[in-house]
Design a protein around this ligand. Sequence first.
Ligand code: 3PG
Length: 305
Amino acid sequence: MKVLVATDKPFAKVAVDGIRKEIEAAGYELALLEKYPSKAELLEAVRDANALIIRSDVVDAEVLEAARELKIVVRAGAGYDNVDLAAATAHNVCVMNTPGQNSNAVAELALGMMVMAARNMYNGTSGTELKGKKLGIHAYGNVGRNVARIAKGFGMEVYAYDAFCPKAAIEADGVTAADSAEALYEQCDIVSLHIPATPETKNSINEALVNRMPKGGILVNTARKEVINETELIQLMEKRTDLKYMTDIMPAAHDTFSSKFAGRYFTTPKKMGAQTAEANINAGIAAARQIVGFLKEGCTKFKVN
Ligand code: 3PG
């Protein structure tokens, strides 16, 4: 059995070593494709792979068509919007994610971005503190919960809204459950996005919603760029010169954001929320173990298609 790790954004070496150990202990072979220059290399590499470990790498119908021997794809991470689930099902390929494994890393980055914005991008001027500020967590999943835990350590007042999480579960963590997304944005000085990219959430963070934020509002996006209505956010930030946008996913309209909103817009060059050795080890090894469990015992825990 051949397991291919295809990661355009490579894991830390220590994580690859850990993955290799798991795969070889099961008697399988590990192949590695990192930082590939184009899809052609991926199409070639998947040809004889029986299992595939990916990150944000796109696995579409063309890749699945080329991967004739493929039985399972594990997205080492949370969001699987980069995998064509219908095409995978049509090819009889099992798709899994590794929920929770990289969520602390993403949460730490979100808090780091909040500090950076509150301190005026570290430009030497007098900023503000997170202590006592109201933080709104938009979607209370694995990352949202970690953000809440860390934010409480900063002395923030933590609110959350999640259409799919019962209010009681939010309140059990000592977090105030908002009645709606609108109420969350109205109540909070900082909003941190943790919603997945789905047909329902795409473009949902729009002018009407963000405009509800109080003066000096900070929007932090460590989720997906697709959830932002970029045209409307640009329009709003032109009118509301008090708003800041911090993102770990470079917007399609990055040039516009960066030229118009210097000092109140920041993006990482490449999504790096999950780029820690710990998250790479956790997600990578979980992916390897899920593949072994599936191929040897038929275990389908974490299957998403
Ligand atoms: C996830 O969905 O797990 C995060 O967005 C991390 O993505 P990455 O593995 O591409 O860094």
